[in-house]
Write a protein that binds this ligand. Structure first.
Ligand SMILES: Cc1ncc(COP(=O)(O)O)c(C=O)c1O
Length: 371
């Protein structure tokens, strides 16, 4: 059986086909155990080895320095919105937040329950829309902040950081004393990043890594052990790290699938290699949008996301017909988020370039017929 459609869902999102095939093949008998991987003990030696390999592969793919821990947690990125301040903000402390879209807004609102939140810049445009990332030179950073929080890829609006923030002692640089915490849910492993610029990187796995239910956290060791006394043990980075992410039963099947995705990514040549393909995919799609009279992107060119390509039909009365015809053509889940409207094509690592070519061909054909 092969896939009949291209799935542009923002998340849960498509997984690489070879990964799904391997998981299907091994479903009833994992590594000759006669059991499914989801049926074996997380403390058994086979699963422990899988777990260690998944972490080692992630470390290799992202070149994570040795003074960082990789934690597998649960609760998704939204739980981390509370877990981060509970671990890093201190009692009655404060933190800086950059607002670039719906997800960073949610993060800031949640953090405000635990301490003082300073908004370093708010990218909301005139119509209440987020369409760009404020330049670092306009951020109003506070030296007293326990950390600076960013969402480096806003899945809903389709804005994305094109590089790591600048850290240093200069006027507009983020002080090395203020760790940067980044929600990278929707672009982790899609581009090369310099992990050492960040104190903590987190996200849900359900976009570029694997199934929903698994959260990844990459945290610098010196930031571990600062949790608020009321932080639940299962959410305390120290407790999770001391127990090798097995304080409670981890999402074993999710970790298994994430491990297969890491192996797949390594076989593709790693993050730099997939980034080159992601650049080509995004260029193809934005080129088709910019080159048409029917479609438009409303995101500043320099901040456009490679992963979540948002676009609008200039004649919005055609939206329903566009989506229906797209489904008919096997191009699924292109509807934009309800807060933004329009269309969104999520083209994560697992989306082959053929999927983008098929979408572009469909868009041209639709414009010719209906535009
Ligand atoms: C950037 C970003 N942050 C946070 C979330 C929320 O993640 P979760 O549903 O895993 O809590 C999402 C989900 O789509 C997201 O895209």
């Amino acid at each position: 059986m092969t896939r009949k459609v291209f799935n542009f869902s923002p998340g849960p999102a498509l997984s690489p086909e070879p990964v799904l095939r391997q998981a299907a093949d091994e479903m009833l008998d994992w590594q000759g155990t006669g059991m499914s991987v989801m049926e074996v003990s997380h403390r058994g030696k086979d699963f422990m080895a899988l777990h260690a390999r998944a972490i080692a592969d992630l470390r290799e793919l992202l070149a994570i320095p040795p003074n960082y821990k990789v934690l597998f947690m649960q609760g998704g990125a939204l739980a981390e919105n509370a877990i981060v301040p509970l671990n890093l903000m201190g009692d009655g402390g404060q933190a800086d937040y950059l607002l670039t879209g719906q997800w960073s807004l949610k993060s800031a609102r949640e953090a405000a329950r635990y301490g003082q939140v300073n908004i370093v810049a708010d990218a909301t445009g005139s119509e209440g829309r987020y369409t760009h990332i404020p330049k670092q030179t306009v951020w109003k950073l506070s030296r007293e902040a326990a950390y600076l929080h960013l969402c480096t890829s806003e899945t809903i609006e389709g804005v994305e950081f094109q590089g790591d923030p600048i850290v240093g002692r200069g006027e507009h640089e983020v002080s090395p004393d203020v760790p940067i915490v980044a929600d990278m849910s929707s672009h982790i492993l899609s581009r090369v990043i310099d992990v050492s610029r960040y104190g903590c990187i987190y996200g849900g796995a359900q976009k570029n890594i694997g199934p929903a239910g698994l959260t990844f956290v990459i945290v610098r060791e010196d930031l571990i052990g600062r949790a608020h006394r009321l932080c639940p043990s299962a959410f305390n980075y120290q407790v999770v790290a001391d127990n090798d992410s097995m304080f409670n039963t981890p999402p074993t099947f999710g970790i298994y699938l994430a491990g297969l995705v890491f192996e797949w990514l390594k076989a593709q040549g790693g993050v730099a290699a997939i980034e080159a393909i992601n650049i080509d995919k995004a260029r193809l799609l934005y080129g088709a949008i910019d080159g048409s009279r029917l479609y438009e992107s409303r995101v500043s060119k320099q901040d456009r996301s490679r992963m979540n390509v948002t676009f609008f039909l200039r004649d919005e009365r055609l939206n329903e017909a566009f989506l229906a015809d797209a489904r008919e053509a096997g191009l699924m889940n292109l509807k934009g988020h309800r807060v933004v409207g329009g269309m969104r094509a999520s083209i994560y690592n697992a989306m082959p370039i053929e999927g983008v070519r098929a979408l572009v061909a469909f868009m041209r054909d639709f414009e010719q017929r209906r535009g």
